[in-house]
Design a protein around this ligand. Structure first.
Ligand SMILES: [Mn+2]
Length: 239
């Protein structure tokens, strides 16, 4: 039986123009039964359509900030580096994938870029823009394989069904977060400070995005491994 092919959007190192991929994403998809395929950043509109046709699903991975002009804002003092090439690639790919109803998983930057692609906005820098009596360490001080904060999962959501739990311990390495939620998305996990940590699109076959990094948790945490299994399962059904 052919395994599903899952296209991953790559990291773009703007200092030397390299594209890179963290092995954790590749291993997580491989363990869940897929063949991960690292996508290029330079692709014509025709190439993008062919990729959208050929891949069985898409993982929008972690990475740098998204350019604020893309969600209608000036650049805030604490916004980080951006890659125009990656912003453009991901935002052009998204509507083509959605037209074809291919499964989508977003991780970290992925949740933000998917939200922006659907008309939503983000906090450019949580620490300087969101006041909190007990600031949560969204840039955690310890290893990525160790969870640092909890999220409350919306009962009845797809995430709740997959994880089998309405409270999850997650890692956290983001300084940006969803502000206004994009079209047709619902928030399905929330951090103790009220920030959105997961979204999904109930009207779409499989559209889920998380702010944390389940690829670093999957070895010790069944809920993180199940997220990849559910995604790959949806990709298998779309072959
Ligand atoms: Mn967090």
């Amino acid at each position: 039986m052919h395994k599903p092919l899952i296209g991953l959007t790559p990291y773009h190192d703007t200092d030397n123009d390299d594209i890179k991929m963290r092995p954790g994403y590749l291993r997580a998809l491989k363990e869940a039964g897929a063949i991960p395929v690292v996508l290029p950043l330079e692709a014509s509109p025709e190439d993008l359509k062919q990729l959208a046709d050929t891949m069985n699903g898409f993982l929008f991975t972690g990475g740098p900030d998204v350019h604020p002009f893309l969600f209608g804002e000036e650049t805030q003092a604490h916004c980080g580096n951006v890659s125009a090439a990656r912003d453009q690639f991901e935002l052009q790919l998204l509507p083509l994938v959605m037209e074809r109803k291919k499964p989508i998983l977003g991780i970290c930057r992925g949740i933000q870029v998917l939200n922006i692609g659907l008309g939503g906005t983000i906090w450019q820098d949580i620490n300087s823009q969101v006041a909190s009596e007990f600031p949560i360490a969204h840039s955690q001080p310890f290893d990525y394989s160790v969870p640092s904060h909890t999220v409350r999962v919306a009962p009845g959501s797809r995430l709740s069904q997959i994880a089998g739990n309405d409270s999850l311990k997650v890692n956290s390495m983001h300084h940006q977060a969803i502000r206004e939620v994009g079209r047709d998305l619902v928030v399905t996990a929330t951090a103790p400070d009220g920030l959105a940590e997961a979204v999904e699109m109930p009207s779409y076959p499989f559209f889920m995005a998380v702010q944390w990094h389940p690829e670093y948790l999957r070895e010790k945490d069944a809920a993180a491994a199940k997220l990849f299994q559910a995604f790959v399962g949806a990709c298998n059904r779309r072959k």
